[in-house]
Write a protein that binds this ligand. Structure first.
Ligand code: GRG
Length: 304
């Protein structure tokens, strides 16, 4: 069995509450790894957090910190915290009372593996751990004022005016005709707000000035919306390939998507405009903006 020191660099940032991924899949009786009591809740938290995923948000956070001259190590706790929050939102989104998903990140969803009660609690605990993690693990090299600002930024991005608002609007739009404006509201809140907070917090922790923070906020808004537009395009193109048809599943389904409201070419043009707008904001920075250019293009051209 692997030890905590054998996990990958990316995963080791999530210590101390994780041990090794392999043990997560094993029944509790055969698991040797040290997890806090109650073990089931900590195993459920690690199960989803370490299940993989593209880690787009942490990478954006670190790149933003470096862009403004901060060492990436300063932003590691914030980057991990954002991934914890993203993961908890996926766990809750998959619940039977929400999207009722069976699979996530190539594995059974948290509630399928651990039961609904545990999945709800695992999400709650990840959310709370995220804020604790920033507050207690950010190095003293970052001023307390900046740490508090980052915590407030993330808190407001995921609360009732942020991610939760987007999810609520999404639920309330079910079975109704959705306009482009309403769709944008849902995605800006459900997806873009957390991405925005991620980039902004990387900059705050890295020591950015106000002008830099606001430019990066604009960059992140474009990238956040881009993320969802591309997701919608992928839903159509993936299902077209899977079904061997020209019309994808999502063009026919009830769910409002960008390709459905704008057509596939319209959605692709919109995505291209968002990438260009994001790049425009970065043009005000020096060569250290290269990773953020790359990330916008990665998000635009990804296949998963
Ligand atoms: C955060 C307080 C709080 C509550 C959560 C359930 C809920 C409220 C919101 C749902 C938000 C949600 C699931 C939005 C979709 C975001 C999205 C685009 C997910 C896919 O992100 P990827 O592709 O996934 O980055 P990986 O697995 O690669 O990390």
């Amino acid at each position: 069995m692997a030890t905590a020191t054998q996990v990958t660099d990316a995963s080791s940032a999530f210590q101390p509450f994780l041990a090794d991924e392999e043990s997560i899949a094993k029944p509790l009786e055969t698991t040797q790894c040290a997890v806090a009591v109650p073990e089931k809740i900590h195993r459920a938290m690690r199960y989803s957090l370490l299940a993989g995923g593209k880690r787009v948000r942490p990478v954006l956070c670190l790149a933003s910190c470096e862009l403004v001259g901060g060492d990436e190590s300063l932003a590691i706790p914030t980057a991990c915290a954002v991934e914890m929050i993203h993961t908890m939102s996926l766990i809750h989104d998959d619940l039977p009372c929400m999207d009722n998903g069976d699979l996530r990140r190539g594995k059974p969803t948290n509630h399928k593996a651990f039961g609904e009660e545990t999945a709800i609690l695992a999400g709650d605990a990840l959310l709370s751990l995220a804020f604790e993690h920033i507050a207690t693990k950010t190095t003293k090299a970052v001023s307390p004022e900046r740490v508090v600002r980052a915590i407030a930024e993330i808190g407001s991005a995921v609360g009732s005016l942020g991610l939760v608002a987007g999810q609520m609007a999404d639920i309330q739009s079910e079975g109704k005709e959705v306009t482009l404006r309403e769709l944008e509201y849902i995605h800006v809140h459900k997806t873009a707000k957390l991405l925005e907070a991620t980039v902004v917090c990387g900059a705050i922790i890295g020591g950015a000035g106000e002008g830099e923070v606001e430019r990066l906020r604009k960059y992140a808004r474009c990238v956040g919306l881009l993320f969802q537009v591309v997701d919608d395009i992928l839903d159509v193109t993936k299902s077209s390939v899977e079904l061997g048809k020209t019309a994808g599943k999502d063009l026919a389904s009830d769910k409002a998507t960008y390709p459905k409201l704008m057509g596939i070419e319209g959605a692709k043009n919109f995505a291209a405009r968002l990438v260009a707008q994001a790049a425009e904001e970065l043009a005000h920075f020096d060569a250290r903006a290269a990773p953020l250019y790359y990330l916008a293009n990665y998000i635009a051209n990804r296949h998963i």
